[in-house]
Design a binder for this molecule. Structure first.
Ligand code: 4NP
Length: 173
């Protein structure tokens, strides 16, 4: 089983959305049973909470129901997950710090920024390195986060399929 952990700061806006979008794509492509995903935060402010209401409402508009409960990144996650995917550079740095503290190693080879998979990365209007944090923003930013998550998760899934030679309906140990 290939496992993917999406990470942001609070685990109530960006990473639970990316988890929901990615899971839907995995199911649409017949890859469930071969890839599993989860999400976590680098901070503990919202542990136990459902995703932010605005994130859930926007996800529902796209046919995705989010039921994740926020949790904090733990040392076990560095053992359990094949891939770690950060929403922004601050999350990425926090992951490296946590990895070094719990395993003695930096988590670099299997740790990515979600926007490394953005086909529009070089677009001056829509590109960028980070998924914007919508928490203190208006509704349009929640939709922008969805659009980024959708196009990046599609490409992330292409990358994983390619790396592991996955086929729809196949079995993966
Ligand atoms: P997230 O957004 O990292 O995408 O879940 C945030 C959620 C909560 C806070 C900041 C960012 N907060 O400061 O409580």
């Amino acid at each position: 089983m290939i496992t993917v952990l999406f990470l942001c700061l609070g685990n109530i806006c960006r990473s639970p959305l990316a988890e929901g979008v990615f899971r839907q794509l995995v199911e649409e492509r017949g890859l469930d049973g071969q890839i599993e995903c989860d999400s976590a935060g680098t901070a503990s402010y919202h542990v136990g909470d459902l995703p932010d209401r605005r994130t859930r409402e926007n996800a529902l508009k796209h046919g995705i129901t989010l039921t994740h409960r926020a949790r904090r990144l733990s040392g076990e996650d560095f053992v359990q997950f094949t891939y770690l995917v950060a929403m922004d550079e601050a999350n990425y740095d926090a992951i490296q710090y946590a990895s070094h503290r719990s395993t003695g190693f930096y988590s670099e080879e299997n740790t990515f920024l979600l926007r490394e998979f953005d086909p529009l990365v070089d677009d001056p209007e829509q590109g960028g390195t980070n998924v914007p944090d919508p928490y203190y923003e208006e509704a349009n930013v929640f939709e922008q986060v969805y659009q980024i998550a959708y196009r990046c998760c599609n490409n992330l899934l292409n990358y994983i399929v390619d790396q592991h030679n996955l086929v729809a309906g196949g079995t993966q140990q």
